[in-house]
Design a protein around this ligand. Structure first.
Ligand code: PSU
Ligand code: MN
Length: 302
């Protein structure tokens, strides 16, 4: 892997010493939040991981090199360039490396690089999933397929209602992905704590999650593990309000004929505008909350 992957000194030392490490993605920086909040948030998430007793490894591709651990300047660069940096999922990795380009890694791509870097736990905000209307569009995020095949624990706040959450759960069931609700029986819906859908399995402590992960690895069951962590109640949004804004954003998207990999970034930006930044504040808080849980899970791994 030396031919493709660079560790930051902090991440390399942590892994060599067997310290807990938490991977973080970079599409959320370049395509998921506006500048400069994206940079502030990325640095705050790193700080939260450190304060929780783990080492953060923000993952990206720079000049064709896979990176586990970015400097503050590199995070600033990804935030400032924003959507000018290519959004990189599984299919994009080889060509971006071969061309020596930069890439902001999605959940799928960050899982692949985390697994190569021997990092077991990855913290994000929301995963991609089955989009509404997928029966016609076939728009299903590569994140789901990655959860089916790549051995990483992904901590998220569920998925946004821009997706069809029921179909997303069905897809994960078919693919054999365990969806854990942390302290809840219900799948959290990102901005809100509940969706009306049941998770596969409820767990109330990081040690339970770590133990289940250890068994999954030892039995070589394969694939990842999805941990869904509800947004703290004080930051959760009114479901009627936010779902209305999401519906408006989807209408706009259809009107402008937005498709493919542009869909998710378009909807994220539109929702932030429609809610005058309120959804962004919730988004930031739920990521910090996930960073704390991911760190605790990493600390419980042997
Ligand atoms: N959902 C969010 N914020 C995000 C994303 C999803 O609430 O930033 C990003 C993640 O990087 C995720 C990607 O992996 O969007 C999914 O994109 P797509 O739907 O094109 O697979
Ligand atoms: Mn898609």
């Amino acid at each position: 892997m030396k031919n493709y992957l660079d560790y930051s000194n902090e991440v390399r030392n942590a892994l060599e010493e067997g310290k807990p490490v938490v991977a973080l993605e970079s599409t959320i920086i370049s395509h998921g939040m506006p500048y400069p909040k994206n940079v502030e948030t990325a640095l705050l998430v790193e700080r939260t991981v450190r304060e929780s007793g783990a080492v953060p490894a923000t993952v990206a591709i720079i000049n064709g090199r896979l990176k586990a651990g970015l400097s503050h300047d590199e995070i600033e660069y990804f935030g400032k360039k924003g959507t000018a940096i290519t959004k990189v999922s599984r299919r994009d990795i080889p060509a971006i490396i071969a061309a020596g380009k930069d890439g902001a890694t999605t959940v799928a791509a960050t899982m692949i690089i985390s697994a190569l870097a021997k990092i077991d736990v990855f913290c994000t905000g929301g995963i991609g999933g089955v989009h509404r209307g997928a029966a016609i569009t076939m728009d299903i995020s590569a994140d789901l397929e990655e959860l089916a095949r790549t051995p990483v624990v992904v901590v998220c706040a569920g998925a946004k209602a821009i997706l069809d959450l029921q179909l997303t759960m069905e897809y994960l069931e078919t693919k054999g992905v365990n969806v854990i609700g942390y302290g809840t029986d219900e799948l959290p819906a990102f901005y809100t704590r509940s969706s009306g859908l049941k998770v596969n399995c409820r767990m109330d402590s990081p040690s339970e999650i770590a133990a289940a992960w250890q068994v999954q690895k030892e039995l070589k069951i394969g694939g990842g593990l999805l941990v869904t962590n509800p947004i703290p109640a004080e930051y959760s949004m009114d479901p009627i309000y936010i779902n209305h804004e999401i519906d408006l954003a989807i209408e706009e998207m259809k009107k402008f004929g937005i498709k493919g990999k542009e869909t998710t970034p378009y909807l994220l930006e539109k929702i932030q505008k429609l809610t005058a930044g309120k959804s962004l504040e919730s988004n930031i808080q739920l990521v910090l909350n996930n960073a704390r849980l991911a760190s605790e899970i990493a600390k419980n791994l042997k």
